[in-house]
Design a protein around this ligand. Structure first.
Ligand code: PGA
Ligand code: ZN
Length: 337
């Protein structure tokens, strides 16, 4: 609501009657805001305009949105991102014994998006049954994941493995990923969690850990990456906030090997492209991500494909605003050669 008010007043007065390209529009928005973190007008207001411009130009050029983004980023080899489905929640998003904010399923052993989504849907069905059998509730969190009152992090990991096998898939086909969101935890035990990460990297079919430590704990990020980063993606989100300066620092400190891309953290399409380019310049993976409180809009799917992000996080395949992103990916894939 605040974003809409900003757009209808100050921003629209400043923009109307001028000619822009994506780059000059985004530069103009950055200057108009005038703060390093877009704290005056806000990332949501600026991104809304930047994206509306992208949509309008793509429509005028009669090209799909992901192709428009691809042209801006110099990317023509469109490869589908691997989705990470957030199906089990703890931390701030739930009141249970799990510290981890998001436990995700990563279907890697499939060639088409449709199969990946079907596999995730099948696992959600078995997961629900397993949670009911344990006598827990199956209400969903904001991103559509379950938040049962499990006692430990290990119980969550075991439950996901059981859901995969109960759905007749293997842990070679479907892996696990975590977003710890350590900065949102009140009693975060760094030493205990650090040891736990190394244990689960051995004992579970784990592919990635996002925000394993708080957002300024560069050293622990680097130590974990040194310990398990050859096999596991150590992903920055609150650490890097889609900001090229923070991404550059992460490179100097060897803190991560993958980065979350949330366009409304940075504010414009041009800066999102720069952030993904910086991630790829380090040889790291980019993970496009939706937010809590999403709408049915699917532009994040086009960003992921257009900018060549290797992964996308768009919640569980249980809520319409989350499923819309996966449906859009299926649609994009079906139009690719
Ligand atoms: P959000 O982020 O709740 O700030 O949208 C989810 C995440 O931590 O990835
Ligand atoms: Zn996160």
């Amino acid at each position: 609501v605040a974003a809409v008010a900003q757009i209808n007043t100050e921003i629209s007065v400043a923009l109307v009657g001028k000619e822009f390209s994506q780059q000059t529009l985004d530069d103009f928005l950055i200057k108009l805001d005038g703060t390093p973190a877009k704290s005056r007008l806000g990332g949501n207001a600026l991104l809304g305009i930047s994206l509306a411009f992208s949509r309008a130009v793509a429509a005028e050029q009669k090209v799909e949105l992901y192709r428009y983004f691809g042209a801006l980023a110099g990317n023509t080899a469109f490869v589908m991102p691997i989705p990470m489905f957030n199906v089990l929640n703890g931390g701030k998003h739930a009141k249970n014994g799990i510290e981890i904010q998001e436990c995700m399923l990563v279907p890697i052993g499939f060639s088409r998006m449709r199969e990946r989504v079907d596999a995730a849907v099948a696992c959600v069905v078995t997961l629900k049954t397993l949670i009911e059998q344990k006598g827990h509730g199956t209400e969903m969190g904001d991103e559509g994941g379950f938040a049962p009152a499990l006692k430990t992090n290990d119980e969550a990991m075991d439950l996901l493995v059981s859901a995969i096998t109960a759905a007749s898939y293997t842990t070679g086909q479907i892996k696990l990923a975590l977003d710890v969101a350590a900065s949102s935890l009140n009693n975060f035990d760094k030493e205990k969690m650090s040891a736990w990460y190394k244990t689960i990297a051995k004992n579970y079919p784990l592919t990635s850990i996002e925000d394993p430590f708080t957002e300024d704990d560069w050293e622990r990020f680097a130590a974990l990456r040194a310990a398990i980063g050859k096999r596991i993606l150590i992903i920055g989100d609150d650490l890097t906030v889609t900001n090229t300066d923070r991404i550059a620092r992460a490179a100097r400190e060897h803190a991560v090997n993958a980065v979350i891309i949330k366009p409304n953290q940075v504010g414009t399409v041009t800066e999102t492209i720069a952030a993904v380019a910086a991630v790829h310049a380090n040889g790291w993976k980019a993970v496009a991500s939706n937010r809590s409180g999403e709408t049915l809009d699917t532009w994040i799917a086009d960003i992921a494909v257009g900018l060549g992000c290797e992964y996308i996080k768009a919640g569980a395949p249980t809520k319409p605003e989350r499923m819309a992103k996966y449906t859009r990916l299926i649609e994009i894939e079906s139009a690719l050669p």
